[in-house]
Design a protein around this ligand. Structure first.
Ligand code: AHG
Ligand code: MN
Ligand code: MN
Length: 336
């Protein structure tokens, strides 16, 4: 039960029994993500100072090499997740292959795997625009006591046991679900504590925002071109507003609160689209469904897709239910 002024720590403890396996491990896992997010947040916040601090050379005040923030975020999340004895494998946008974690006793008996996009929207860092982190959590399918295999990572999104994101925006928020709705917590940076600020987040069933990189219009499939023209037509509550930040986390966050649709379609240049199924689309699709929204590749539910590759890409239509249904209708009725 969500309570006012509740901290994330209190919320995790109180809601632990809602989770079907309820051993406390998933709670500890979410806790470690909460910690890593604070560290990354601190670094993201001073991103504009990097050149100033590093002006004397390529090193920072601690004498370490300056690192690009997505490499830094990747390292922080991997270190933090590895330190707790919960995770047996991690896959990341920044790693070619998955990482096997044997645990301190080397017995491979941890149960959870994590897939992540440690820094989403990284092209926005240099211009002081919101970025994020996305995470997706599964139970392993191979037996504990053996090393993880690719099969543990190539599970359809509907098997996720939790997913979420952190948005490093005008304020920093962690938004996640363990399958009982979506809750958002805002960081009070003065004391380093997250408070429940957005209990039970829900997509409005309809919205009036569409988010797509229209610069690629000429490469879009006909169904998307037709849907964009529909969004721009003067009729009913249309034309819709166009809003596109260029970081999935931030675009998703706004659309979930206000009502809208995010589209990254396949294009003639990228026939599978740009976004990655396992650590961008699946976690966002899980959150969307938990918040009464939906997510599709234009033809089928994202969470039903059986992945075949770790870094697989997929066209992505995600947002308010009625808007996604309309976009699917255009996709399915077009011939090219
Ligand atoms: P990342 O920074 O993790 O590579 O992801 C960027 C993604 C996504 O966040 C964003 O919505 C999309 O790429 C933007 O792509 P375009 O610049 O092609 O619009
Ligand atoms: Mn990304
Ligand atoms: Mn990224």
């Amino acid at each position: 039960m969500a309570k006012q002024n509740q901290t994330l720590g209190e919320f995790i403890i109180e809601n632990q029994e809602e989770f079907k396996y309820s051993s406390g491990e998933l709670s500890r896992l979410i806790n470690s993500i909460r910690l890593a997010a604070k560290v990354v947040n601190h670094e993201v916040n001073k991103a504009g100072l990097v050149d100033i601090l590093g002006a004397a050379g390529e090193t920072n005040v601690q004498g370490e090499d300056q690192q690009k923030l997505d490499v830094y975020a990747n390292e922080i999340f991997i270190k933090t997740l590895t330190n707790r004895e919960i995770v047996c494998g991690i896959a990341s946008e920044e790693e070619d292959d998955y990482i096997t974690i044997t645990g301190r006793n080397k017995k491979n008996d941890n149960k959870y795997i994590v897939l992540m996009d440690p820094l989403d929207g990284s092209s926005n860092i240099d211009v002081n625009v919101s970025v994020g982190t996305i995470f997706s959590i599964y139970r392993r399918v191979t037996p504990p006591g053996t090393p993880v295999t690719l099969d543990d990572f190539l599970q359809p999104g509907k098997n996720q046991v939790a997913a979420g994101y952190i948005v490093y925006g005008t304020s920093t928020m962690i938004v996640y679900s363990t399958g009982h709705g979506v809750n958002g917590f805002t960081l009070n940076p003065a004391i380093g504590t997250y408070y429940l600020s957005h209990p039970n987040m829900q997509y409005p069933e309809d919205g009036n925002i569409y988010s797509v990189n229209e610069g690629n219009y000429v490469h879009f499939p006909q169904g998307v071109k037709d849907y964009i023209k529909y969004c721009q037509k003067e009729e009913g509550n249309r034309p819709y507003s166009a809003r596109y930040i260029g970081s999935l986390v931030s675009d998703f966050h706004r659309n979930m609160i206000k009502g809208g649709i995010y589209i990254y379609p396949n294009t003639s240049k990228d026939p599978d689209g740009k976004l990655r199924l396992l650590y961008e689309c699946n976690p966002m699709a899980y959150l969307a469904e938990q918040a009464n929204g939906s997510a599709s590749n234009g033809f089928e539910r994202i969470l039903d897709i059986q992945p075949t590759k770790l870094h697989q890409r997929v066209p992505f239509f995600c947002g308010s239910k009625n808007m996604v249904a309309k976009a699917e209708e255009f996709m399915q009725n077009s011939t090219s």
